[in-house]
Design a protein around this ligand. Structure first.
Ligand SMILES: *[C@@H]1O[C@H](CO)[C@@H](O)[C@H](O)[C@H]1NC(C)=O
Ligand SMILES: *[C@@H]1O[C@H](CO)[C@@H](O)[C@H](O)[C@H]1NC(C)=O
Ligand SMILES: *[C@@H]1O[C@H](CO)[C@@H](O)[C@H](O)[C@H]1NC(C)=O
Ligand SMILES: *[C@@H]1O[C@H](CO)[C@@H](O)[C@H](O)[C@H]1NC(C)=O
Ligand SMILES: *[C@@H]1O[C@H](CO)[C@@H](O)[C@H](O)[C@H]1NC(C)=O
Ligand SMILES: *[C@@H]1O[C@H](CO)[C@@H](O)[C@H](O)[C@H]1NC(C)=O
Ligand SMILES: *[C@@H]1O[C@H](CO)[C@@H](O)[C@H](O)[C@H]1NC(C)=O
Length: 675
């Protein structure tokens, strides 16, 4: 009787596809459930799954041994899966690591011919992109270069279907508590990172965050896709990792997976410890260790003596901190910055302008790349009261809390004698200015890229003007402050800091700050920066991006006047950058040019708000027609008119011509020196 009942209850269940669910809190006892190949092993005693060691050009795979029913039968609503895992990437000690690891759904556990490097050990140059692969992968990649010849810092997460071209990819970051604020992450930091990949039949969502942060409610990637055509009915699920010339150890500390609702949560307390950065890798011969240790001791002693005589004497280790400086969370130690920039070495300079020099550096504490802006005050400025500096620092402390994916994050500051140092995220591709004007002849920003850049800057400015707790006026919107990251995303830099350039004179009066060519007429007259003077500068920037011409080229060319002229002759499209050839969308170009002109309207009241601008750019609202063009005085040109005012007034005062380093790169100095 009991047997019959048993059959009756269980028979129909067996006929249905079985959902799968498993969890590995560490891999101590899971070797039998996984198929490992290549460099993959389970590290003992920790129990972490190690996909690759630090050897170059290695591949490691680890797949769940059993095939998994991914497409459910036709009657069930839709197929879905959910997985979460904790990954750790430890770069090889010699320089930056590579390449990355990928969570993979594949019809087979074998990948014959699969290549290392960018191919992640799942694709080969022969089958890359082929629809017969039926491979779905989420890559955690630390090196760029699949699409461009040169490897560069990657640090991104992407979704790949059947090939190494990512259908969607994002730099690594996560959203902070359901806001638009983001926190960047370094995949190869060596710290554990938890990732979630969820597919509900409509979206693939990918979320990452550090292990000690709870799961962000907004995913990093939410990609609308129906995977049905791209997968087979049963698939193997697991991980693949590879290294190239650059290499890292790739670890998975824990993993759960389910085709039956949400993947079971990992028990963080049971996970293996994160492999420490030193312990990982080959363990050399004891004699070699001994020799190295002895040599190191001698070297350290010698260096110590050397340092004592050079640095200590020059008073570098001692930062004379004042009380108020002690409780500023964003204060960096000068020592660290000094090490990071190899002692502010000439070779590390990545930019010079105004009173500041920008160095690239690698922080010794975390190994992250930063840009360090060193602002040297002149003798007269040093006389400014300590109160001014303190106020300024308070301002930076609050700017340090600004987080948006289109802003360069100001990590902190440091004061050392006459120098003020600001520490920013390092953005690899350089500035929009250099991409537009100084870049290799062969490289032309496409219209699509330009339009994305235009939208990205707008998103950053909306955040500054309207979305943050305080209104932040940027004050120096210009192409050289628009940085472009490796994925061609926009990061707006230097916000709110332009007033820094005129400190020393008087902290309370705002002299005109900004850059000639971007300064709104009313700002030149009354010196009051406002959100609408930012909008003006943004307008000039729009014209600059479309036309590929600088706002002011010489004393007689003024971009805004020129575009107005083109518009009045009914030939506004004449203003398009000839380098674009015919590769643009006429409606979008027209929209941007007219919007640029509207933003440059001499009457601040007529300029739209940044939020309105975003609506225009997205096509949510139509651009109003500007009827009173008469107020743009075409005979003299609005620029030619107020430029005289500026150069005879405060600019010369706030930007001394003595600053010769600024004169080379910064257009405003060129104007002044001809004055
Ligand atoms: C790394 O893995 C490869 C492939 O299994 C192996 O040949 C090599 O010896 C390993 N290297 C180290 C340093 O463990
Ligand atoms: C789903 O339906 C199609 C046709 O409607 C049929 O060919 C296929 O075998 C069905 N698949 C399953 C798993 O039942
Ligand atoms: C993903 O990108 C590849 C390569 O461009 C393309 O063939 C494929 O159709 C894309 N898949 C989806 C779902 O968009
Ligand atoms: C993915 O994110 C979108 C929002 O971006 C949400 O609507 C959807 O329910 C999410 N899907 C899953 C499987 O988490
Ligand atoms: C998480 O850990 C990192 C370092 O391991 C630490 O800097 C950070 O403050 C921690 N975050 C939280 C929210 O505990
Ligand atoms: C699927 O999930 C449901 C509810 O969470 C549970 O009752 C059921 O036993 C699960 N099925 C399998 C096969 O794990
Ligand atoms: C794995 O086993 C080792 C001993 O073999 C033990 O020290 C370690 O704590 C175990 N790890 C976990 C996560 O249980």
């Amino acid at each position: 009787m009991a047997f019959l009942l048993f059959c009756f209850i269980f028979f129909p269940v067996v006929a249905q596809p079985q959902p799968t669910s498993f969890i590995f809190n560490g891999f101590n006892t899971s070797e039998s459930k996984l198929t490992l190949d290549g460099a993959s092993t389970i590290s003992r005693p920790s129990g972490a799954l190690k996909l690759t060691n630090k050897s170059s050009y290695t591949i490691g795979h680890a797949f769940y041994s059993e095939p998994i029913q991914i497409l459910m039968d036709n009657s069930s609503s839709s197929s879905s899966f959910s997985t979460t895992f904790v990954l750790v990437i430890v770069p090889s000690s010699s320089g930056r690591g590579g390449h990355g690891l990928a969570f993979t759904l594949s019809p087979s556990k074998q990948f014959p011919g699969a290549a290392a490097k960018h191919y992640m050990g799942i694709f080969s140059p022969e089958n890359d992109g082929s629809p017969s692969n039926y491979i779905f992968a989420v890559e955690f990649d630390t090196v760029n270069g699949y699409n461009n010849a040169v490897d560069s810092d990657g640090n991104h997460v992407g979704i790949n279907i059947n090939g190494m071209y990512s259908n969607v990819s994002r730099p690594a970051y996560y959203f902070i508590d359901n806001t638009d604020r983001t926190e960047d992450m370094v995949l190869e930091s060596g710290d554990p990172i938890q990732a979630w990949i969820e597919y509900d039949g409509k979206f693939v969502n990918v979320t990452i965050c550090p292990l000690n942060v709870s799961k962000p409610s907004k995913p990093l990637i939410s990609y609308a896709v129906d995977l049905t055509p791209f997968v087979q009915e049963t698939m193997y699920v697991g991980f693949s990792a590879s290294t190239g010339e650059k290499s890292s150890s790739h670890f998975i500390l824990g993993w759960s997976f389910s085709t039956n609702g949400t993947a079971p949560p990992l028990d963080v307390s049971e996970l293996p410890m994160a492999p420490s950065k030193e312990k990982v890798g080959s363990s050399p011969d004891r004699r070699v260790i001994g020799l190295i240790a002895a040599l190191s001791t001698v070297t350290v002693l010698l260096l110590g003596i050397l340092f004592y005589f050079t640095l200590y004497k020059r008073n570098i280790w001692f930062e004379n901190l004042e009380d108020w400086e002690l409780d500023c969370p964003h204060r960096f130690r000068y020592k660290d910055l000094y090490t990071a920039t190899k002692g502010f070495n000439q070779s590390e300079i990545i930019g010079v302008g105004g009173f500041a020099t920008v160095y690239k550096g690698v922080l010794p504490t975390t190994g992250t790349e930063v840009a360090v802006k060193k602002i040297t005050q002149t003798q007269t400025q040093t006389q400014s009261s300590i109160k001014g500096v303190r106020e300024f620092v308070a301002e930076i402390e609050s700017l340090g809390r600004l987080r948006h994916k289109n802003l360069v994050y100001l990590q902190g500051w440091c004061k050392q004698k006459n120098d003020l140092l600001l520490i920013y995220d390092y953005i690899p591709n350089g500035s929009l200015h250099s991409l537009l004007f100084h870049h290799k002849q062969s490289f032309v920003l496409s219209w699509e890229q330009r339009f994305n850049i235009i939208k990205g800057i707008a998103a950053g400015l909306v955040y500054l003007h309207e979305e943050w707790e305080l209104v932040v006026v940027h004050r120096d919107v210009k192409s050289s402050n628009v940085l472009i990251d490796a994925d061609m995303n926009v990061r707006l830099g230097d916000f709110g800091l332009a007033r820094l350039y005129d400190h020393g004179t008087d902290w309370h009066t705002t002299n005109v700050v900004g850059t000639i060519g971007y300064i709104a007429p009313e700002l030149a007259r009354n010196g009051k920066a406002s959100t609408s003077s930012d909008v003006f500068a943004y307008g000039v920037l729009l014209l600059e991006i479309v036309s590929g011409r600088k706002p002011v080229d010489s004393r007689s060319f003024f971009l805004v006047d020129w575009v107005i002229e083109c518009h009045q002759m009914g030939r506004v499209l004449d203003a398009i950058d000839p380098k674009l050839d015919s590769g643009y969308v006429v409606e979008e170009v027209k929209l941007v040019l007219l919007l640029g002109l509207l933003c440059c309207h001499p009457k601040p009241g007529i300029r739209p708000s940044m939020r309105k601008i975003v609506r225009y750019l997205n096509g949510d609202e139509h651009l109003p027609s500007i009827d009173n063009w008469e107020s743009f005085d075409s005979r003299d040109g609005i620029y030619s008119m107020f430029l005289g005012t500026i150069s005879s007034r405060s600019i010369t005062k706030s930007y001394p011509t003595s600053s010769s380093i600024g004169g080379i790169l910064d257009p405003r100095f060129r104007l002044i020196s001809t004055h």
